[in-house]
Design a protein around this ligand. Sequence first.
Ligand code: SAH
Length: 480
Amino acid sequence: MSLLPLFADLSGRTVLVLGGGTVAERKIALLLGYGVKVVIHAPLLSPQLERWRSEKRIDYRDGAFQEAWLNSMWLIVAASSDPAFNRYLAKLAGERRVFINVVDDAVLSTFHFPAIVDRSPLIVAISSGGTAPMLARMVRERLESMLDESWGMMAELCSGLRRSIRDRFPDLHARRSFYELLLHGPVAMLVRKKRIGDARRAAVKLLHADGFTQNGSVVLVGAGPGDPGLLTLRALRAMNEADVILHDRLVSSEVLDLARRDAERIDVGKRVGGHQITQERIHALILDLVTSGKKVIRLKGGDPFVFGRGGEELEFLRAHNICYEVVPGITAAIACAAYAGVPLTHRDHSRSVHFITAHCRDSLDTLDWPALARERQTLAVYMGVAEIKTLQTRLLEHGRAADTPFAVVENGSRSQQRVVTGRLDELATCTQAYALRSPALLILGEVASLAPRLSWFGQAPLTGAELQSSRSSNDCARAA
Ligand code: SAH
């Protein structure tokens, strides 16, 4: 079977649907979405179809089926459960040269409904010619994730400029280069930012510019905690368009694998000659790349605005008039809590959650310890492994109960994830005994007691109590 793809304007035109079940319902929902006047005939209507009928969104034909109905129809959809009736309908439709779709019967059908990706006015329709609808659906899913919602608005913008673009670039090759620039450059970025007026003005300016040289742009993207499934769709789309990806040490290789294959990857989190690449050096690198027209993705672990220095980078970009977007990511506290089964603000246990960093002694000195030591609140502590002993001491000194539960999550959401739970007074001992390493996040508060019960990912949590009992049995063994 060889099918010719067509896009039909059926708005305001009548289509007859035969059948009153959920299959008919799905087809009718689709037809209504495209402005079709639906006429339905069925012995019994599903509750949803009844509703549409009473709202006069569909026109119900009562009584016995009449062949003459077909004469005024543009299309027929046979969705009845009676194969003989469907065959009869296919024959009638054929005689009248009206296209018919017999649901789930590729042979009887003279038209098929494709799988659709709708970014109206841009529409992608996919068909497997009735051979493997599942395959068509899978292709659709792929395209859905690839094509940003802004493509529809972009198509509208292009339609307004189509004539001028054609006049300015009569040569097909030059026209294509212009469209490339339009669809992948700052104009598209403005459309994504929902600044349509600015996008139109920028497009017109570009149209009348002497040359095509254009600065690149930066998307500051949160890569989440490591599990690539936790990337946002927007992050994935941005990574698919990147020329260069500047990433931190915390960004997992599984996440990087999802980026456009040809994109250059630069690890700016690595140490060169024992020194971390400085922020100034990163800024200079971004400026260089953008000036040479590159689309740069600045990929940061978790969320770029949560202990990620994303703000500093944006200030730099703004100061240099560089276009940017920000894509949030799932921050470590949220991800680690979810993957360790710790509801951060379970209402029986906690009224608030505080994101704090225990990066170094100085940062610890600036914290409001009396406030942090209050009960029934959750602390999510980033970068805390090295300073864990100080943290424990200060909290105890300021009155947090010694038996306050904690959960430390190491490599949260990754295959090597480990969770250690215990009481505040054994926090440092446990961290040391289990040799917990960065990246690890500490969750402290009553909610952490839920981890052993609600955990679901990776190994079951290790506990401070286990440590104690193995210690005492060692002691016993030694004593014996
Ligand atoms: N912007 C990041 C945080 C950067 S600070 C975010 O929003 O998540 C780095 C600290 O984040 C690490 O020291 C650790 O405390 C925490 N962290 C990041 N990823 C982590 C992970 N997968 N598991 C545990 N902690 C993590």
